[in-house]
Write a protein that binds this ligand. Structure first.
Ligand code: PSV
Ligand code: MN
Length: 388
């Protein structure tokens, strides 16, 4: 069995990108609860992301959502973030909150609205030029609710054309990352419902277009790790949006609902070369903290990813391979499960301490007084929230 000491060097440099929107208020269509200490500005969201990084050493980047995080001076925002020890990461576009987009954006039958959606993405590219971000992540709410409502085929053709126009404007090492989701807000058909559709579009675009896999965007029972293996094999896994779910796109803390699934996914990531210094996969979170405090919610999340990464690294792949070759079904399964059942928490605590980080970041944050401080300081103004 592989030991923690053997895999420890591979934990070095693990980087998880946190979403700015996780620090704002969020909820369901029934209610958005306010939480004391919630940021009022983009800067306060970034400060919270920097706090998560300070306590964990795991979150050196923060992803932005446009227009939620629009500011006048992105170069200044970049400096602000860097002074706090974090970088601005993926830029997420948003064509789902404007009245014009009721029947879609990049797929819309009206060329004027389609152009508006394209222009929004070009604006996102300008933001990326100022922030130094590599990835433009596109998720579309486009789809229809009733059979016959829309020309499904025509919408695919228009989508391909719109994406082409945006892709042509990428510069340097910038990438277009296309995210799929099988339903919601549209309930009959969705224009990018699955990894196959996303792959078809990014393959048509070229080398700098890849797929984003949001773990909450699949039908129950889907074998997500298979999709990970396939996309990595094809060199087309660009990013993760990690979260966890019991039912639909619940956006709960990654690893909370099904730690074993997270382990299986990370095993395939490692197996497929998606982890480590040479990897170009962005490990992002896409979560909402509706009832729990947000900064500790994010700290818990990045720690869950770290813990399952360590366990997945512990799989003895040589012994596993031998068992597989020998047709030893249960032997192979046991090698896999041994790693999953290994409790790495004490080893990780010692490892963190050896790097000047708190052994237990959750406890250290709770005892730091930081939460009480922001709750006392952030009074007045308007708390930022999902959709604002
Ligand atoms: C859509 O459900 C999604 O996963 C996309 O990534 C959006 O940008 C994000 O959620 C908004 O929270
Ligand atoms: Mn997502």
């Amino acid at each position: 069995m592989t030991t923690f000491a053997e895999i420890a060097p591979q934990l070095e440099g693990q980087a998880i990108e946190v979403p700015s929107w996780a620090y704002g208020n969020s909820g369901t269509r029934f209610k958005v609860f306010g939480t004391a200490g919630t940021p009022r500005t983009v800067e306060e969201k970034i400060a919270d992301a920097a706090t998560v990084n300070r306590f964990t050493g795991l979150a050196p980047k923060v992803a932005l959502h446009i227009p939620w995080d629009l500011v006048d001076d992105f170069a200044a925002l970049r400096r602000y973030a860097e002074d706090l020890g974090v970088e601005l990461g993926t830029i997420n576009s948003n064509t789902f909150q404007d009245d014009d987009y009721k029947f879609g954006g990049l797929t819309h039958h009206d060329p004027a609205i389609r152009q508006k959606a394209i222009d929004h993405h070009l604006q996102c590219l300008e933001v990326m030029n100022a922030t130094g971000s590599r990835d433009l992540k596109i998720w579309l709410a486009d789809g229809s609710n009733y059979p016959g409502q829309a020309d499904i085929r025509g919408r695919q053709d228009r989508l391909a054309e719109s994406l082409q126009t945006i892709y042509a404007q990428l510069s340097g090492d910038q990438r277009l990352v296309l995210e799929y989701k099988f339903f919601e807000p549209a309930f009959y058909h969705t224009d990018v419902p699955d990894w196959g559709t996303a792959l078809a579009h990014v393959q048509a675009l070229g080398d700098n277009a890849t797929v984003c896999l949001d773990t909450g965007h699949h039908a129950p029972g889907t074998n997500i790790e298979f999709i990970v293996a396939q996309l990595l094999r094809l060199g087309k896994l660009g990013a993760f949006d990690f979260n966890s779910r019991f039912y639909a796109d619940d956006d709960l803390i990654v690893g909370a609902a099904d730690p074993f699934q997270l382990f299986r996914i990370l095993f395939e990531v490692i197996r497929g070369g998606g982890y480590g210094p040479g990897s170009e996969v962005a490990f992002m979170l896409d979560q909402c903290h509706n009832v729990e405090k947000k900064i500790p919610g994010q700290i818990r999340s990045v720690l869950n990813v770290q813990e399952m990464t360590a366990r997945a690294l512990l799989v003895d792949r040589e012994v596993l391979g031998q068992a597989q070759q020998a047709g030893d079904v249960l032997g192979a399964h046991e090698v896999f499960m041994d790693a999953f059942y290994t409790d790495v928490r004490a080893d990780l605590a010692a490892w963190r301490e050896s790097r000047g980080l708190p052994a237990n970041p959750m406890r250290a944050y709770a005892e730091s007084g930081h939460q009480e401080q922001i709750e006392a300081e952030r009074v007045g103004g308007t708390q930022v929230g999902w959709g604002a």
